[in-house]
Ligand binder design. Structure first.
Ligand code: CMP
Length: 224
């Protein structure tokens, strides 16, 4: 039963769309489904790797920290995305920690099953490369943001990145605490609060009920 369920979940993951029934069977046999509450560390920076993870639902942040416990958020991962592939590919320790920011469902795929699949299916290798390239593009954009934009621009870029187009308006729907924005852009929480207040007073952002935020079009001027 669990096997068939796991297979059904894997079949819906774009990364595995090219696999045959037999290949899905092999992968499902080396997979377990897990649910974690918000704030749970799934992968710890510096530890050896055992599994590749697919996020089925929820959200998780990719984070690194220094010896003093200062943290930087490198990315936020959403449904359908995978993580934990880097240390499986190069056998080095985990490059970052991955921590849930909402209750989340995962599929954990055992290292050996995944490596066997990589060898068998060039299509999966290509999909993993595409994922790595996408992350490199995003990391390039982040370097540009940190090097060239002031704090207003950095906050504006995060807000735009987290917004979606709903009925012609750019809206940030989910919870986006100031502390988390601060960790994404290398600023203090106090500074982010000041900038958000300034953006609100000047009409760049409009707070709505339930923590939603409407972004006015002119906010794009900060990142150009
Ligand atoms: P791994 O090093 O095995 O464990 C941590 C994971 O975080 C890593 O694999 C990637 O899947 C993910 N990760 C690391 N850096 C980034 C990044 N800049 N953007 C998105 N995901 C990342």
């Amino acid at each position: 039963m669990a096997h068939e369920e796991n297979k059904a979940f894997l079949r819906r993951v774009p990364l595995f769309s090219s696999l045959s029934e037999g290949q899905l069977d092999t992968l499902a046999a080396g997979s377990v489904r897990k649910n974690y509450p918000r704030g749970r560390t799934i992968v710890s920076e510096g530890e050896p790797s055992q599994s590749l993870y697919i996020l089925l639902s929820g959200r998780a942040k990719v984070q690194r920290s220094d010896a003093e416990g200062k943290e930087v958020i490198l990315a936020v991962i959403g449904p359908g995305e995978f993580f934990g592939e880097m240390s499986l590919i190069d056998d080095a320790p985990r490059s970052a920690s991955v921590i849930t920011i909402e209750s989340s469902d995962f599929m954990a795929i055992n290292k050996d099953s995944f490596k066997a699949m990589l060898i068998q299916s060039p299509e999966i290798g290509m999909q993993i490369m595409k994922g790595l390239v996408r992350r490199l593009r995003e990391a390039d954009k982040k370097i540009e943001t940190l090097a060239l934009l002031d704090v207003y621009g950095r906050v504006a870029r995060v807000l735009l990145d987290f917004s979606e187009n709903i009925d012609g308006e750019r809206i940030v729907k989910g919870r986006l605490p100031r502390q988390e924005i601060a960790k994404m852009i290398g600023a203090s929480r106090e500074m982010v609060s000041r900038v958000m207040k300034g953006l609100e007073i000047d009409g760049y952002i409009v707070p709505m009920p339930e923590g939603r935020l409407v972004l006015r079009e002119k906010i794009s001027a900060y990142i150009n």
